[in-house]
Each structure stands twice: as C-alpha cells, then as structure tokens.
Design a protein. Structure first.
Length: 135
C-alpha cells in the first residue's frame, strides 16, 4: 500500500491510451467553446460549500476547485462512512495514510457540473446523519 501511494515511478509511468487522449482533446475543445459547463460547475461548488457551511461537517473549502475534502480524522471511521455512502449511491473514496498524515483521513468529494441541487442536498443530509452516527 505504501509503494502504491508514494512510488513516483509507479504513479507516473503509465501512459494513457490513444482513445482517452482523443476524448480529452475533444473535451477541451467543447469546454473552450461553451462556458456553461464551467459556470454550472462553479455554481455547484459554491452551492455545495454553502450547504456544508450550514452543517457540522468538517470540510476544506475553496471556490476554485471541485474537489472538497471532508476531514474525518480516524481511518476506520472514514472507511466506514465511505462504504455507507456507497451503499446509499454515493461514490466518495476515502483518503487515508500514507496519502495523508495519520489522524487526517478524509473523504474526497468530486463535484461535477451535472450534479443537481437536490443531489447535493441529499449528500449533505446523508453525510450529516452518518457523521452523527459514527461519533
């Protein structure tokens, strides 16, 4: 596990398939032509962080990135919450040592432009409930 997270040759040695590179190039062209995708993503980031701010969920916020870390601390609790979220239809992977320092385990939420407000609201209410149950 340590080598998988910390070994630079392992992490940076694999090239992406040509089909993935072509898809990424086309995605960049679409995003450059149509700002609505980015605008909606930034709206979702702002809305989600407002929802989190009104809760007791410990998060690290930034209005410039769609990646929102929820700091749980304890690795076993973080893994349990991640598994419980998955059972409820949310894919939010845990980030644990050695990727982060011990005692700083977190969930890694990645927002997308096509998430709806009701999905974001459901995630926050589910997170609230699970965090309360764990504590």
């Amino acid at each position: 596990k340590l080598l998988r997270v910390t070994s630079r040759p392992y992490i940076f040695s694999a090239s992406i398939p040509a089909s993935v590179a072509a898809g990424l190039s086309q995605s960049i062209r679409i995003i450059m032509r149509d700002r609505s995708f980015r605008d909606q993503l930034f709206n979702n980031i702002e809305y989600f962080q407002k929802l989190l701010s009104g809760s007791k969920i410990p998060f690290i916020g930034s209005f410039r990135t769609p990646i929102i870390p929820i700091v749980i601390g304890d690795e076993l609790r973080t893994i349990k919450i991640s598994k419980d979220l998955y059972k409820k239809g949310f894919f939010i992977p845990p980030v644990i040592w050695p990727a982060v320092p011990k005692g700083k385990a977190r969930l890694r939420i990645t927002l997308m432009n096509h998430h709806t407000k009701s999905q974001l609201e459901l995630l926050v209410s589910t997170l609230n409930r699970l965090c309360e149950e764990i504590n």
